[in-house]
Design a protein. Sequence first.
Length: 320
Amino acid sequence: MHLAITRLMRLPCLFALSLALVLPGCTTIQRAAHMYGNAAPLPRVFHYRDGGSSTYYSFAVGDAALPDTVVFFYGATGCPSWKSVMPGYVEGLAVNARVFVLNKRFVSDRSMGLFDCGREFHLANNPDQWVADYSEFIAAQLGAASHRPRNIVLVGVSEGALPAIKVAGLFPAVTHLAIIGSGGYSMRKSLATLRERGAIPFDVDSGWEKIAADPRSIEQSWYGNRYRWWVDIMDIDPVADLLQLHIPVLVGMGEQDQSVPVESVHFLATKFREAGKDNLIVRIYPGADHRLHANGASYRHAFFAELGRLLQPTPDAAPR
């Protein structure tokens, strides 16, 4: 009886976990051990103007004395800390860069995101807050820099693509946008597509009826996320914001992604072609999942190597 109940409790978490931070192919135990090892980045605290704060990390890639690139990461679904995967997550990025990684509000330094994230987290876990916090953090770091870097890169992973796309449009100084595990579909369209192919076991329409009856609830959950979260993100359409960008946009997607259908990135590529835009670069990795992981190996290294090549100066590039 206890085993049966445990299995039933575990099922609603599967989809939420699949949407969570796109972690490399290692176990929870390995990620937890990394948090306490010497390779993990030291936590810092960023204080927002409204009195709130977030934990963040900063480290160098390549020659720390000559960073010509700044890379900004921000959150993903749920409340795991980036500490468990950094700095190894960007292995493959062969440029001289300073990397900044911002946890969401109320995500502690060593949170694995395996338990309830807490009421304060859920109150702050919404797109408006993500964009405001990410924007304020980026502005502060760039304002404190001793010189303006040649490249300013935003990286959006899974859910994190939503604020990254928005913020890229708000900051003219941003030169590149890189996205992992997200395409051109709204969440509703992604879920409908996954349901049609049998990749998810639940009925989206019946679930939405429950959510719509109590749309601002942070107590009620559906498949691992609170009702308010679902309402806030269900119908966000990223295409219009992406089409407004004139910077290179690199999108990496696993061919066998079971959280965001690969059709969504094909759809996005079509929209760019129809708009006469050529700044979208799509990389679909064969057999890979939402983490860009396939057959015991990760394509994440290839993705960041591709990003690094985009960041190299061209011979005719004018000095900035």
